[in-house]
Design a protein around this ligand. Structure first.
Ligand SMILES: NC(=O)c1ccc[n+]([C@@H]2O[C@H](COP(=O)([O-])OP(=O)(O)OC[C@H]3O[C@@H](n4cnc5c(N)ncnc54)[C@H](O)[C@@H]3O)[C@@H](O)[C@H]2O)c1
Length: 373
């Protein structure tokens, strides 16, 4: 099988998830290429070498600009803090590399549009990793909506709740600084929720958003004996209207006790309803207005049958899959897009769409006004 050589930028949380996906993808999916884990980039040489040895990367590099200049690298995989996405993705596209980029897409609409423009002009495959689209249950929800099972969609209720900032001593890292993260959970978690709303409902026409700060000062990561200002919101609530007339809400927080990674949606239409929760990601709950009154109720669909998207590549029915599988699915679809030259979704155009909604929400919270898109 022909090989495609990958350079991974970033080697902590997402670096692990991506390495795992590249290692597994050709074992479980019929891919047109064999991905080669060629070089991993990061800042700390010692950590990096340990990571490379553990995950099977052939080389390490502390200067990402060097990998862009290499002819033997086909794919740049960006798993860096958000403020570095624009610079690295633009350099990758200019060097003719295909791009697998983590979310949130970038820090501003201006950056988003520049990234899309350069990637399109270069003719490279560009993918934005909103991996929850690739949960089989989410894919099944999309299929049912497209088949008209929900009728006309009236309500979207999205929530992404975590709790890690309930620890008052959690230090200020890149996720709590405006320059590196653009915003707080609105950007980090809200980008996923907006992507799923785009996927399952459609475009937004207006947003109204309120943000709150529960803890303004925290220890500094670089010197925990000192405290600094938290520069981003702690929680954000958004009201939304969609161009198709549906109404929605999106709730994002890092302060929801007991909620570790609760990413959920509820969709209500004239013909029925669908609900999903990432913490129970193999199930979809479906209510149909067509069911007889006597027995109507939410059905529990286990999305683990070979007929469900991606599932036949894994285990027999009922043998559930998890978070990491969504990255393998993304890697498989990405390699197919590289072969066919077809667009993969979500891509940088979706990144622009999502960034516009998030920036409108931030503007709304700052101006105390509804913002139209
Ligand atoms: N799709 C998901 O489910 C998901 C989940 C978590 C994080 N993410 C995204 O993944 C990205 C990375 O997040 P993370 O949690 O892995 O962050 P992290 O802080 O754990 O890791 C960041 C990595 O970037 C490296 N880095 C920072 N500056 C660098 C530079 N100038 N040059 C080279 N390397 C540099 C660090 O050494 C580290 O390896 C973010 O965009 C984040 O939003 C996505």
């Amino acid at each position: 099988m022909e090989k495609k050589r990958i350079a991974l930028l970033g080697h902590r949380f997402m670096g692990r998830a991506h390495s795992n996906a590249w290692r597994q993808v050709s074992k479980f999916f019929d891919t047109p290429y064999e991905p080669v884990l060629q070089v991993v980039c990061g800042r700390d040489q010692k950590d990096l070498q340990q990571f490379a040895d553990q995950w099977g990367w052939a080389e390490v590099e502390t200067d990402w600009t060097k990998v862009m200049a290499r002819d033997d690298i086909d794919i740049i995989d960006i798993a860096l803090p958000t403020h570095l996405h624009a610079e690295t993705a633009i350099a990758a596209a200019e060097a003719g590399k295909h791009i697998f980029c983590e979310k949130p897409f970038c820090n501003s609409i201006a950056q988003a549009e520049a990234m899309l423009d350069v990637a399109e002009k270069a003719g490279v495959v560009h993918y934005l990793n909103h991996n929850y689209r690739r949960c089989p249950a989410v894919f099944q929800a999309k299929k049912m909506i497209d088949a008209g099972e929900l009728g006309e969609i009236l309500h979207w209720r999205g929530a992404y709740q975590q709790s890690w900032l309930l620890n008052p001593n959690h230090p200020i890292d890149w996720k709590l600084r405006k320059k590196t993260a653009a915003a707080g959970p609105l950007w980090d978690l809200g980008s996923h929720a907006v992507d799923l709303a785009h996927f399952l409902v459609g475009d937004f026409s207006s947003v109204t958003c309120q943000t709150t700060q529960f803890q303004k000062r925290r220890p500094l990561a670089e010197n925990p004996s000192k405290k600094g200002d938290v520069e981003v919101e702690c929680s954000a609530l958004m009201l939304a209207e969609f161009t198709n007339g549906a109404q929605g809400t999106i709730e994002t927080t890092r302060y929801a006790s007991g909620r570790r990674n609760r990413h959920t949606f509820e969709i209500y239409g004239t013909g029925g309803a669908l609900t999903w929760d990432m913490e129970d990601m193999n199930r979809l709950k479906f209510y149909s207005e067509k069911d007889p009154r006597e027995t109507a109720g939410f059905r529990d669909i286990m999305v683990t049958e070979p007929v469900h998207e991606y599932v036949k590549n894994w285990w027999p029915p009922g043998h559930i899959i998890g978070y990491e599988h969504t990255f393998v699915h993304a890697a498989a679809d990405f390699l197919r897009a590289v072969e066919s030259g077809q667009r993969i979704a979500p891509n940088f155009a979706d990144g622009v769409r999502i960034t516009k909604v998030l920036e409108a929400a931030l503007n709304s919270s700052e101006s105390n006004a509804r913002v139209f898109l």
